[in-house]
Design a protein around this ligand. Structure first.
Ligand code: CP3
Length: 344
């Protein structure tokens, strides 16, 4: 391990006086330089598939703020697109996809072996970044977890309560399980290729894990994560994995041990003090400042940042937000957060 990389040290279980820091969606619309490069690319998806420009926007927040990690600029919905699903973004509304809800539609998805045809530019972005990042900056790759990606494939869009996915799970479990299995297999391949292209850490985003309860949580959030992590560890034993079962609540308990994840990312629905007691004894933790502080700033931002750093200071911790930074955030507040973490 490169000892200059504070993120890798935290992921190896090391407590540090100053926690390393990065931010979900750190390359995004709150930054004027991001908006300029996105305009140059034309639209969001063209930016994702333009390796030079995707690397450029990944580097922008590193240059501006000196974050300890850079996260690949891409999207969790590129994988279903590589499997043959139609994907586009409606301005101001979010993603739209052709739906996958029947055995026939499931059967028309492309084989895992064929996803690289679409995803090669993403691997190229990682190769550029491994050359261009400062030596102390860790490069993070990522994918959506099967459940979260399935919710978009089944509904054809984002949903508040993931209703269509829950309905298919109840009404046609064979097709539903088939979608989860296809995504699990393709995600293993996608993340392995990201690692081969230079990702030093990978993160699994399960943004809608919180709507799975009881056995469903085990079957569709925990088990697929465990399967993906086991396969990745077999192929790439030294690569740490961050799992983000967002809003899992009590589901965070034991998640690291049960899945083999090296770090659990925490949303801001639970307190850092609870996390210190119940999650951090098992693994590194990442989080969990509410992203609204990046909009509102002031003393509450400083106090909350200090509280979180203090609550998690006795174990391995990577400072981050509880969810992605929003387009209405003030870039100055990001600097205040970083200065507060590094001075406290
Ligand atoms: O963290 C990062 O900066 C890495 C890149 C990244 C993006 N999306 C870029 C993006 C990552 C890790 C994601 C993950 C993602 N994408 C998730 C899981 C995490 C989460 O936020 O819950 C989900 C559910 C998606 C799907 C997605 N992509 C949605 C629902 C949207 C539209 C919402 C929005 O913010 O407009 C996107 C678009 C998207 N993905 C943007 C970015 C920077 C905004 C695109 C733009 O420039 O217009």
């Amino acid at each position: 391990m490169n000892k200059d990389k504070t993120i890798l040290r935290a992921l190896a279980g090391e407590r540090q006086d100053t926690p390393p820091i990065w931010m979900m969606r750190q390359a995004g619309r709150y930054l004027p330089e991001y908006r300029a490069t996105r305009a140059q690319a034309g639209d969001f998806l063209s930016l994702c598939y333009n390796s030079e420009l995707a690397a450029e926007v990944t580097l922008q927040p590193i240059r501006r703020y000196g974050f300890d990690a850079a996260i690949l600029f891409a999207d969790i919905l590129l994988l279903p697109q590589a499997l043959g699903v139609d994907l586009w973004f409606e301005t101001g509304e979010g993603p739209r996809l052709s739906t996958t809800t029947t055995a026939d539609e499931l059967a028309t998805l492309r084989a895992t072996a064929d996803i690289d045809e679409t995803l090669n530019p993403i691997y190229e972005t990682l190769r550029i970044l491994s050359r261009e990042l400062p030596r102390e900056t860790t490069l993070i790759g990522f994918a959506g977890a099967p459940w979260t990606v399935a919710t978009y494939m089944i509904a054809g869009r984002g949903t508040k309560d993931q209703g269509p996915a829950h309905a298919l799970k109840a009404e046609n479990p064979e097709v539903f399980d088939g979608i989860i299995e296809r995504l699990t297999e393709a995600t293993i391949e996608y993340l392995s290729k990201q690692i081969e292209a230079g990702a030093e850490v990978v993160k699994l985003f399960d943004s809608w894990a919180g709507s799975l309860k009881g056995d469903d949580f085990v079957k569709y959030a925990l088990n697929p994560a465990a399967k993906i992590i086991k396969a990745l560890k077999q192929r790439h034993p030294s690569i740490p994995v961050i799992a983000f079962p967002r809003e899992a609540g009590e589901g965070y308990l034991g998640f690291a041990k049960a899945t083999g994840a090296d770090c659990i990312a925490i949303d801001n629905s639970i307190s850092a003090e609870w996390v210190a007691q119940n999650v951090q004894p098992d693994s590194c933790v990442q989080g969990n400042l509410a992203s609204s502080h990046m909009v509102t700033g002031g003393q509450p931002l400083i106090q909350e940042t200090k509280r979180i750093v203090n609550a998690l200071k006795n174990g391995p911790h990577i400072f981050n937000l509880g969810h992605g930074i929003t387009p209405d955030a003030n870039p100055d507040n990001v600097q205040i957060m970083i200065d507060t973490v590094r001075d406290s």
